[in-house]
Write a protein that binds this ligand. Structure first.
Ligand code: URA
Length: 440
């Protein structure tokens, strides 16, 4: 078999067989297929697309390209959640403890933030002492004892995705649905959970800018998960506005804890309860009719909050920060951004707001950047609200005064004021649950 012929086949719109995909992925990982040939293949896939079965087979080849997590030693159904990334998205910190409090098992591998999007590992590491680097044995022990653990990827998992993603990043081949779907799902499948709930974001702060594009991606990922024998479903949720009010690591932990106290922002609380309820159904912990009530009760009773504290303690952190989140350090330089005109906030460019937070030190523009855990933004006004000149729109926090000017400029450029009240947008656009006849 020759890579040259496979590129030609794809260029003419052909579908690659499992055997051909195996040759391509394993050859690329071991280095016998060079970057220039793989680049040509990726671009041909962007133009010609992939058949359904072909996308599933590519994902499976990627999943099996390195180590895989075997969670069978943990009793019960393990449920995972994946968000395609956004701004202010701290849902994992809320819903994983809710699910664990209701008897579910969440053995979660999360990522770090890059660019305008945040990452769960960074948020958790803003809690003093907490580590997200656990040995396999400790990871299993924490999940068995607490019902949840959140760690970074260990070992040599899905090396095919690492190499392919790096190449896609420099060859303008990121925004291709079968490549995104296989990249995300290969990692989710290798992480070993029995059930996967996908939160596909749409809007100005998301990868998929329209609900239609998000649905296409969600459908492909659900099909892949089910074909691989995992219970997989997706929600399509709004990322045209940041979720909640807090953006930045410690600020987001504080807000997540507020939700677990039952006094968090409405939009964040609603998304968390909706996703957590569905995870309970997927994990076999509740029926569709009572899942929401169980999730709400886990918050009301304080059980979910205690679960988060247990996990923080088990991962080496000081759990008192969960009971007294105001002790989490916020960066010392505080600056208010005030409205310079009257009007409705008609539009928030969420990606721009994420970039403003990154400029304050809360995120990374390059992988090797260090973080200012207490930096970020508290939004005091959001889309749809009317503001008067001089009213505070947001508070910016940073440790370096020199960062304020660029961040404020970016933040201001992200808001559009209008005389006209904008139409409200849904928080949740829809669900994808797979269809009859599919496996899982
Ligand atoms: N996230 C991923 O993990 N992969 C993609 O291709 C896009 C987003």
């Amino acid at each position: 078999m020759r890579m040259y012929d496979l590129i030609g086949k794809k260029k003419r719109g052909g579908a690659l067989s499992r055997e051909e995909l195996h040759f391509m992925v394993s050859g690329f990982v071991e280095g016998s297929i060079p970057d220039y040939q793989m680049s040509a293949m990726l671009m041909a896939i962007c133009f010609k697309g992939m058949a359904e079965e072909e996308t599933v087979n590519l994902t499976l080849e990627m999943e099996y390209s390195g180590d895989r997590m075997d969670l069978s030693a943990i009793p019960g159904v393990k449920v995972d959640k994946h968000s395609t990334g956004g701004v202010g998205d701290k849902t994992t910190l809320v819903l994983a403890p809710i699910v664990a409090a209701c008897g579910g098992r969440v053995a979660k591998m999360s990522g770090r933030g890059l660019g305008h999007t945040g990452g769960t590992l960074d948020k958790l590491e803003s809690i003093p002492g907490l580590t997200t680097s656990l040995s396999g044995e400790d990871f299993f022990r924490v999940v068995r004892e607490c019902g949840l653990a959140v760690v970074g990827q260990t070992g040599n998992m899905v090396p095919a995705d690492k190499k392919l993603y790096a190449l896609r990043d420099v060859t303008a081949t990121i925004d291709c649905v079968p490549l995104i779907a296989s990249s995300i799902m290969s990692k989710k499948l290798a992480a070993g959970s029995d059930a996967i709930l996908l939160d596909v974001k749409t809007g100005s702060g998301a990868f998929m800018k329209t609900p239609e594009a998000a649905r296409t991606l969600a459908e492909q990922m659900v099909r892949i998960g089910r074909a691989a024998g995992r219970r997989t479903e997706a929600f399509i949720t709004n990322m045209d506005i940041p979720l909640g009010h807090a953006i930045g690591n410690a600020l987001e932990v504080r807000e997540a804890v507020e939700v677990l106290h039952g006094r968090g922002p409405e939009d964040l609380t609603e998304v968390c309860l909706t996703l957590a309820s569905r995870m309970l159904v997927l994990g076999g912990c509740a029926e569709e009719e009572n899942a929401r009530a169980r999730a709400e009760e886990a918050v009301r009773s304080g059980q979910a909050l205690r679960k988060l504290a247990e996990m923080v303690h088990a991962q080496g952190g000081d759990e008192q920060y969960i009971f007294e989140p105001e002790r989490l350090t916020v960066s010392p330089v505080r600056h208010e951004v005030c409205a310079d005109a009257d009007g409705y906030i008609a539009c928030m460019d969420t990606e721009g707001i994420g970039i403003a937070s990154m400029l304050l030190g809360a995120g990374r523009s390059r992988k090797e950047d260090t973080l200012d855990y207490g930096a970020g933004i508290i939004l005091r006004r959001k889309r749809g609200q009317f503001v008067r000149t001089g009213e505070v729109l947001a508070e910016l926090y940073t440790s370096e005064e020199g960062r304020l000017a660029a961040a404020e400029k970016e933040f201001r450029a992200s808001l559009t004021l209008s005389e006209k009240e904008p139409e409200p947008e849904p928080l949740i656009y829809g669900t994808v649950r797979g269809s009859e006849g599919e496996s899982a």
